[in-house]
Design a protein around this ligand. Structure first.
Ligand SMILES: Cc1cc2nc3c(=O)[nH]c(=O)nc-3n(C[C@H](O)[C@H](O)[C@H](O)COP(=O)(O)OP(=O)(O)OC[C@H]3O[C@@H](n4cnc5c(N)ncnc54)[C@H](O)[C@@H]3O)c2cc1C
Length: 391
């Protein structure tokens, strides 16, 4: 029996990505076993599955022989509290990392999402304003490359980069450059106090919060057709400092101080089967982006403080009408994003509609990305076709 037979099982009905069924599934237990698996899987097309919370997002793979499931690659390997770092296996659920003794990985991600999937998707949520994204908090990484080679980049201290910082390359690559097996993250202390200020206010008022230097951890907008737009600001720190800053922000926005987040906080604004679009732009252009998206019928949420927004459209019937509607909305928002010096990327859309949309839109640097892919995965076997420009 060969290594591949030993390490894989026949795929079941649930083992599919974006509607494309796999033939085989494997769940390696450690980096060495993952390297043996990938070495033995030469010639097979591969998609990596973490928590699977958003695996249906993005472009479906062109072909799929093998799903590598990371959910046995779990556990915190090290938590060096004095150095504010942790080393974790890629399949570890984010829930475990939100809750380390006295410290946290300050990345908003669904509890069932894995560390590797969150890095691979460069996911982030409201607190990106203060703490940054996965790309900012990742300081070291272990990856099994498509040829089976184990590579490490970065290390266990914050200032550690010599040469190319390859962790940055694997972050947001959606599994197209290899299997992430271990991540080293920078941690932050759990703040002693956290308070929200909630207000009915136009998105443009976020600029006042930023200019006021209240050191907000997040500044989120919620806007929908026919409803007053809302802002919510998260302030973290010492109890006395937070109380004082919250009172000042509440006065500025004519809002209310609250111990709890609004129900829409960190909730993506589309239901199952809807169309979800990530919209980015310059901070000064956030009000225009929100106005265009709401005018087109979308609910918009996201960071008015960081210029990263999500626009959601509910499921809109079936067939040709839905396709035309979705296409129009994407075109409109893409034009608005270009005017705002940003991008509009379709994250998810119903089957049938998704195939008709240009999910990524125009992306500068595509030739460079192709050259990187040629070096890392010359046979285009890892997540084939999932990334920008069919990479
Ligand atoms: C196209 C796309 C864009 C997204 N954008 C955002 C965003 O802007 N903000 C946000 O909050 N969330 C975003 N998400 C959601 C984000 O995916 C989830 O929070 C996170 O992926 C969940 O991790 P998971 O373990 O469920 O990964 P999955 O949903 O299982 O996988 C996510 C992606 O990462 C790859 N992957 C998973 N594990 C590994 C690994 N160990 N090594 C290499 N590749 C791996 C998968 O093949 C897949 O492409 C996005 C997801 C996708 C697919």
């Amino acid at each position: 029996m060969g290594v591949l037979d030993e390490l894989t099982t026949k795929a079941g009905g649930e083992d599919a990505v974006g509607g494309v069924p796999a033939r085989l599934v494997a769940a390696p237990r450690d980096t060495t076993e993952a390297a043996a698996l990938i070495s033995a899987a030469q010639g097979l097309s591969v998609v990596i599955r973490g928590g699977g919370t958003k695996l249906d997002w993005g472009v479906p793979p062109r072909e799929l022989d093998l799903i590598i499931d990371t959910r046995r690659l779990t556990g915190v390997v090290e938590h060096a509290a004095g150095d504010l770092i942790t080393v974790v296996r890629a399949g570890t659920p984010m829930a475990e990392l939100h809750d380390l003794p006295g410290q946290q990985l300050a990345l908003d991600a669904p509890p069932a999402a894995t560390a590797g999937g969150t890095v691979a998707a460069n996911a982030s949520g409201p607190r990106r304003l203060r703490y940054g994204t996965a790309r900012d908090l990742l300081i070291g990484i272990t990856v099994v490359r498509p040829d089976g080679t184990i590579t490490k980049a970065g290390g266990k201290v914050v200032k550690n980069v010599a040469g190319y910082d390859l962790g940055k390359l694997y972050t947001g690559a959606f599994g197209t450059l290899g299997l992430i097996t271990e991540c080293v993250f920078r941690l932050h202390p759990v703040p002693a106090a956290a308070i929200f200020v909630r207000a009915t206010a136009p998105p443009g008022h976020a600029a006042r919060v930023l200019a006021g230097q209240f050191a907000a951890s997040a500044c989120e907008v919620n806007a929908a057709p026919g409803a007053e737009p809302e802002l919510a600001v998260l302030l973290e720190g010492t109890p006395a400092g937070v109380r004082e800053r919250a009172a000042a922000v509440a006065e500025l926005l004519d809002g209310e101080v609250s111990g709890t987040a609004p129900e829409w906080w960190d909730v993506l604004p589309w239901p199952d089967g809807g169309v979800g679009i990530k919209l980015t732009g310059r901070l000064s252009q956030v009000p225009a982006l929100v106005a265009t998206a709401v005018g087109a019928g979308a609910t918009v949420r996201g960071s008015a403080g960081a210029g990263v927004l999500y626009a959601g459209f509910p499921p809109d019937g079936e067939g040709a009408d839905a396709v035309v509607e979705a296409g129009r909305a994407v075109e409109l928002l893409r034009a608005a994003a270009v005017r705002a010096c940003g991008h509009a990327v379709v994250l998810t859309a119903p089957d049938g509609v998704r195939d008709t949309l240009d999910m990524w839109g125009p992306v500068p640097g595509l030739e460079l990305m192709r050259r990187v892919k040629d070096q890392f995965d010359p046979h285009y076997r890892f997540a084939p076709g999932r990334f920008v420009g069919g990479i």
